[in-house]
Design a protein around this ligand. Structure first.
Ligand code: AGP
Length: 607
């Protein structure tokens, strides 16, 4: 997704903008650019490709202590230099960068062209700068406010004008913007990662706000120019957490730190005394939680597979009917909101447009919506009626790994909490607590055997297709395993339930079409083994994730990776790991850009 960086202060702006853009690379992009102001003019340099390409075109000593930068994830118009941001008006004195989609850009563009404006790009964003130029009369903040009243759609935008040196003006509606308050300098960016190297003092902008900032101060107002008091927050994590810390990729680092991240998701949230979970921030009393008769969990992508797993936990442990639904579908389905239904949204970034807009639609209908997020201070986290942070730490790799297992952990604790206030007995809760506390160690046992998965990946690098199968609470894990593989290795993969395989997908099976099966030693093992044999009968290669000691499976499958024993219902916290590692080594073996796979964005802030 597009990334925005703005700076004004006493230091040369170009190096700070370039470094900020480099830290936003993880969001996914295909071109980038900067605009730096100095001596009554703006210098705009923008290039397709990676930041290092842009950097090679920026003079080392480019003067100017204020400016803006952008990484573009193309939505309108192909990937080329002209479509990259920043966009300039005809005079070259005004430039803007934009994240989001302007839904009504075509009529606006037609009107501007009829007035003689010449467009250089195919983007929707360029409309903004020309409209703003037509409204500018020496007050940039005023021009921004007038401009955005004409826009329909989403924007996080920042602009500079050569005649207002040292000033940045930003506006937010649907795409994130955060102010960084430095010592004699200010930052304005899409997310904290761009500025964490310089300041931890941040201010989160809300939709409908306009911010005008100089090196020493910032002013936040609404579109009617009413001042808005803003709180300065302190970022809880530091720069080291967004470094690779010796790993070759962010994904390898984030896979490897899951024992710690799962432990952090549990820390302070287990009551040994009550054999239950403790979750602050739900903003619901026990009585209100007891009245919950249904749970609906909305999200996207990997977070949707976490939602499916969570729904299974809730129904199985707490006996509460629960479903997982695509946020993008629910938003436009005119959902029925019943008082005894509790909604959750899951979002690692807390900025996913599909999920954010679905939450807003539900709240508009009177729903109570809790957010389970990783990014502290993110829009979904701030707009939800309460919720839980998963404390996974910054997740930089586009493919989500530690956020997935930390989200599951939070829902295990929530399900335990709901179960223990209903029918679950103390001893069952105690067994669950004890089993949960052993999970981080078991995760490390699995990670210590990564080389087995590397060997398996090497053996199957020929595969152009993969089928992933699982049953029960591991059915969503099959779907997640397929997503992990396809999104980073570009090998086509699909997941389905082991039982469903017989109703169609088995037609795909041949010696060239391998299957990854998840067969823990649980109550569905025998059924899974029947499906395994059906695959083998058709000469399909089969890799199995099985429970240690289950030697019978090794006699049937082509390859087996064993995971430690745990409670049946907790197996997803363990089966997720080999699925991630296998996909990782397949992608490495195919020389893919593991951290920034093609076409993908870390946080999809457009619909
Ligand atoms: C998962 O590996 C992908 N990066 C993607 O499916 C992601 O899970 C999805 O876009 C949702 O993101 P969120 O959790 O930040 O809302």
């Amino acid at each position: 997704m597009c990334g925005i960086v703005g700076y004004c202060g006493l230091r040369p702006a170009a190096p700070i903008l370039l470094e900020g853009l480099r830290r936003l690379e993880y969001r996914g992009y295909d071109s980038s650019g900067i605009s730096v102001g100095n001596d009554g003019k703006l210098t705009v340099i923008k290039k397709m490709g990676k930041i290092k390409n842009l950097k090679s075109h920026v003079p080392e000593d480019l003067p100017g202590t204020f400016g803006i930068g952008h990484t573009r994830w193309a939505t309108h118009g192909e990937v080329n230099d002209e479509n990259a941001h920043p966009h300039s008006d005809a005079s070259g004195k005004l430039t803007i960068v934009h994240n989001g989609i302007i839904e009504n850009y075509i009529p606006l563009k037609e009107k501007l062209m009829a007035e003689g404006v010449e467009f250089k790009s195919e983007t929707d964003s360029e409309v903004i700068v020309h409209l703003m130029a037509s409204l500018y009369d020496g007050d940039l903040e005023k021009a921004v406010k007038e401009t955005v009243t004409h826009l329909e759609g989403t924007y996080g935008l920042v602009c500079v004008h050569a005649d207002e040196p040292g000033r940045l003006v930003g506006a937010r509606n649907g795409s994130p913007l955060v102010i960084g308050v430095g010592d004699g300098e200010m930052f304005l960016a899409s997310d904290v990662t761009a500025m964490i190297a310089y300041t931890k003092q941040v201010v989160y902008c809300e939709d409908g706000e306009v911010v005008s900032l100089t090196a020493r101060e910032f002013r936040t107002t609404d579109l009617k120019d009413r001042e808005i008091e803003k709180k300065v927050d302190k970022v809880a994590w530091d720069l080291s957490e967004v470094e690779k810390a010796g790993y070759s990729t962010y994904m390898e680092k984030e896979i490897s730190e899951q024992a710690e991240s799962i432990h952090r998701a549990m820390r302070g949230r287990i009551s040994t005394e009550n054999a239950s979970g403790i979750l602050g921030g739900l903003n619901l009393s026990n009585q209100e939680l007891r009245r919950v008769k249904r749970v609906r969990i909305l999200s996207a992508g990997t977070s949707y597979y976490a939602a499916m797993t969570a729904a299974y936990m809730l129904e199985s442990m707490a006996r509460i009917p629960a479903t997982a639904e695509f946020a993008s579908e629910v938003r436009y389905a005119n959902p029925v909101v019943e008082p005894e239904t509790l909604f959750f949204v899951i979002s690692q970034s807390g900025e996913t447009a599909d999920t954010l807009f679905a939450m807003r639609e539900l709240k508009r209908k009177g729903a109570t919506v809790l957010g389970v997020c990783n990014a502290v201070g993110s829009t979904i986290a701030r707009e939800s009626d309460g919720g839980v942070y998963i404390h996974a730490g910054p997740e930089i790799a586009v493919a989500s790994t530690k956020a997935f297992t930390s989200t599951l952990t939070v829902f295990y604790l929530f399900s335990l909490y709901m179960a223990r206030m209903r029918d679950m007995a103390f001893h069952n809760g105690k067994a669950m607590v004890e089993a949960l506390e052993l999970i981080p160690g078991k995760v490390n046992e699995i990670l210590a055997r990564k080389d087995e998965l590397q060997a398996m990946a090497k053996k199957y690098l020929y595969a152009k297709n993969f089928l992933f199968l699982g049953r029960g609470i591991n059915y969503p894990l099959a779907l997640e395993g397929a997503l992990k593989l396809k999104e980073i290795s570009y090998v086509h993969a699909e997941g389905t339930s082991s039982a469903e395989m017989k109703h169609g997908p088995i037609a795909l099976i041949s010696e060239e079409f391998p299957t990854m099966m998840i067969i823990p030693n649980d109550s569905l093992r025998e059924k899974n083994i029947s499906n395994l044999k059906e695959l083998k009968a058709r000469k399909g290669p089969v890799l199995v994730i099985a429970t240690e000691g289950d030697t019978e499976i090794a006699d049937i499958a082509d390859d087996v990776f064993y995971i430690p024993k745990t409670m049946d219902i907790l197996t997803p916290l363990l089966t997720a790991i080999p699925l991630q590692v296998f996909a990782y080594y397949m992608a490495l073996g195919l020389n893919r850009n593991v951290d920034q796979p093609r076409n993908l964005a870390k946080s999809v802030t457009v619909e």
